[in-house]
Design a binder for this molecule. Structure first.
Ligand code: ATP
Length: 364
């Protein structure tokens, strides 16, 4: 468990927040300038706040009241950067071992073979960084961080500079890391898809304050804390891969509700999380007929939240989980939508982007 309490004043900006990050991935989320990097810098020891306490388990890294301030290189933090910063003159194996070199003698030794296997880099061990693709370089850098016997992993927008194809290549390894790592991972991103794929917990920041903290299902459904506002709001559902059909569709089972998606390359039985953007969900008063949409999910309205513009966000409780639909207020009025009303949500199979689907169980 990482515990962070910070108070700091920059000219024109102040940070005042506290949160606890359990094992798994804690996504630090917020608009540009909300204070994410300042929090990361304080945890890393680059920024000494006016007041604060930072601890990982029993290890106190900072306690201004007690005059404790562990120096950055002694904090035992594994960093995963945007640019991987491998040593060009060392092989992959030597780069990985370099991580362990600086681990304290009494720290638990990282499991070299296990980390190599987790990241799928066994065939790269004798190569130099110049002979690696960008995605492979990132995986080696993650391995090096893991082998430094860290108490905590800090990842500051590690995928921000990569194109979509490379992100898609690395995200599965980060998912494996989330499920395998025993230490907390504090992960900064602006991307709601990345947050939905990886988060165990989401910490949302606004103007240097904690705006919300909780499960990705809940926090990613609140437009007021998302960096992109209502355009990014969506539901996070959990479903099991049931069958791959011969026409290229994969059938999922979301708590008994069948959902059809374009083929998802995961074996039957795998639990998936899928983000369903609210703007892709159509609401119908009655079960729609004669439409092309394959996924029709019955539910009950539990909230109607008018937006600042012409839109409204409707939350439905369904057997598959909470679904969100962004419609116009005009449509809400025309349909006479009210809390408690039974409705049907229609979700096109192809509306759910591959980047919004990944393995991972729920966190509630
Ligand atoms: N050393 C500093 N001196 C003065 N102001 C600072 C300093 N460091 C950060 N700030 C201010 O603190 C605020 C938060 O910055 P921070 O970099 O933590 O935000 P962020 O959420 O990480 O933003 P981004 O997503 O753009 O990286 C900004 O307004 C920034 O200008």
């Amino acid at each position: 468990m990482l515990s962070v309490q910070l108070r700091h004043a920059f000219p024109g900006f102040s940070l005042d927040l506290s949160f606890e990050a359990p094992a798994g991935v804690t996504i630090l989320f917020g608009r540009s300038g909300s204070g994410k990097t300042s929090v990361v810098n304080a945890v890393a020891g680059i920024l000494t706040p006016d007041a604060g306490r930072i601890a990982v388990g029993d290890a106190v890294l900072l306690d201004t009241a007690r005059g404790i301030r562990v120096r950055p290189h002694r904090r035992r933090i594994g960093y995963v950067f945007q640019d991987a910063r491998l040593f060009p003159h060392l092989t992959v194996r030597q780069n990985l071992r370099y991580g362990a070199w600086f681990a304290p003698k009494d720290a638990p030794r990282g499991d070299f073979a296990g980390v190599v296997d987790l990241l799928g880099i066994g065939h790269l061990l004798d190569r130099r960084p110049s002979a690696l693709s960008g995605g492979e370089t990132s995986r080696v850098a993650i391995g090096r961080a893991l082998l430094s016997a860290p108490r905590l992993i800090l990842a500051d927008e590690p995928l921000a500079s990569l194109d979509a194809a490379r992100k898609a290549e690395i995200l599965p390894y980060l998912e494996r890391l989330r499920d395998a790592a025993t230490v907390p991972i504090l992960y900064v991103t602006h991307s709601v898809s990345e947050a939905a794929r990886l988060a165990t917990t989401v910490v949302a920041l606004k103007n240097g304050r904690l705006a919300d903290l909780g499960s990705p299902q809940r926090v990613l459904g609140d437009p007021s804390v998302l960096p992109g506002g209502p355009r990014e709001v969506g539901a996070l559902l959990f479903a099991r891969v049931a069958t791959h059909h011969s026409d290229g569709l994969t059938e999922l089972d979301a708590a008994g509700v069948p959902l059809f998606l374009p083929r998802v390359d995961q074996p039957p039985g795998t639990i998936l999380r899928l983000r369903i953007p609210a703007h892709d969900v159509i609401l119908c008063r009655t079960r729609p007929e004669g439409i092309s949409t394959l996924n029709i999910v019955p539910g009950r309205i539990v909230e109607i939240r008018p937006g600042e513009g012409p839109g409204a966000l409707v939350t439905m409780e369904t057997q598959a989980g909470r679904l969100l639909s962004r419609i116009t207020r005009r449509s809400a009025a025309a349909l006479g939508l009210k809390v408690g009303m039974s409705v049907h949500a229609a979700v096109k199979s192809v509306a759910i982007a591959p980047a919004d689907i990944g393995p991972g169980a729920g966190t509630d």
